[in-house]
Design a protein. Structure first.
Ligand SMILES: Cc1cc2nc3c(=O)[nH]c(=O)nc-3n(C[C@H](O)[C@H](O)[C@H](O)COP(=O)(O)OP(=O)(O)OC[C@H]3O[C@@H](n4cnc5c(N)ncnc54)[C@H](O)[C@@H]3O)c2cc1C
Length: 227
């Protein structure tokens, strides 16, 4: 909300519930976008469409090698605050933290999850995660569940973000494939992208290693610290 307010304060406009359906390219330059609310002239597009990043990129004919996977979360009733740290285990495949309101948020990865957009939730996830977590954290035994939801990880082949500008289509930028850790890097990415767009290079952080070109190499090392 703070970012949206700042955008509006500086004269920007935000169109919510507006789907980009086409990106108009002429002589390898962006000249406009077709949306569910009509056509807008522009010479710059940033693809930050998360789970839909590959489809949106296809609108300009650029392949971004991302795939989206469902991740589920369960949220308990609130308990008195006593757990100030985040618990995470890559070998145990779980993470957990207590919110300021006292609820515990619990999640785990699912190696059997198929790529694709899917916001359903499953009893299997609840059963697996709860039995594991109660064993590790016995205080959770009689705690009630309040919510169970799912969201999408937009994965890249090495589980690191793909950020940069297209060499093929002038004016096309992308910031996608956050692979489940995009929230925490969002402010830094925003700054770096703004610099890249304005000055043609970043001023504070070198992000060239995040460009999609890295996948041309044969040996891609996958980030292991992802649950
Ligand atoms: C269960 C779960 C736990 C997570 N935990 C963490 C965590 O602890 N720390 C962390 O840093 N990250 C975490 N993440 C990851 C984080 O939420 C994402 O990396 C981050 O939200 C990505 O932001 P984004 O803006 O790129 O994409 P999104 O937030 O997905 O936004 C993309 C937007 O693009 C819009 N869009 C798509 N297609 C179009 C189109 N054609 N036209 C117009 N708009 C379009 C969508 O409607 C959406 O609003 C978690 C994710 C999940 C699912």
């Amino acid at each position: 909300i703070g970012y949206a307010q700042a955008v509006r304060r500086m004269g920007g406009q935000i169109y919510t519930h507006t789907e980009v359906r086409g990106i108009d390219v002429q002589n390898n330059k962006i000249i406009g976008i077709e949306t569910s609310k009509g056509y807008f002239k522009c010479n710059l597009v940033v693809n930050a469409s998360g789970p839909w990043s590959r489809d949106v990129s296809q609108l300009v004919g650029v392949d971004l090698p991302t795939e989206s996977y469902r991740h589920q979360i369960i949220v308990t009733e609130p308990l008195e605050n006593f757990f100030p740290m985040m618990a995470i285990s890559f070998s145990g495949n779980f993470y957990m933290r207590q919110t300021q309101h006292g609820q515990f948020i619990l999640g785990q990865g699912d190696k059997d999850e198929k790529p694709g957009i899917n916001y359903n939730v499953t009893f299997r996830f609840e059963e697996e995660l709860i039995s594991k977590m109660v064993e590790i954290f016995p205080f959770l035994k009689n705690v009630r569940l309040m919510r169970h939801w799912s969201g999408m990880y937009n994965m890249s082949p090495d589980a690191q973000p793909i950020i940069g500008q297209s060499e093929k289509v002038k004016g096309y930028y992308y910031a996608v494939g956050y692979s489940g850790h995009g929230f925490m890097v969002a402010p830094a990415v925003g700054e770096a992208l703004a610099e890249l767009i304005l000055f043609g290079k970043t001023l504070h952080t070198d992000i060239s290693y995040l460009d999609v070109k890295r996948f041309a190499e044969l040996n891609i090392e996958r980030e292991k610290s992802v649950v």
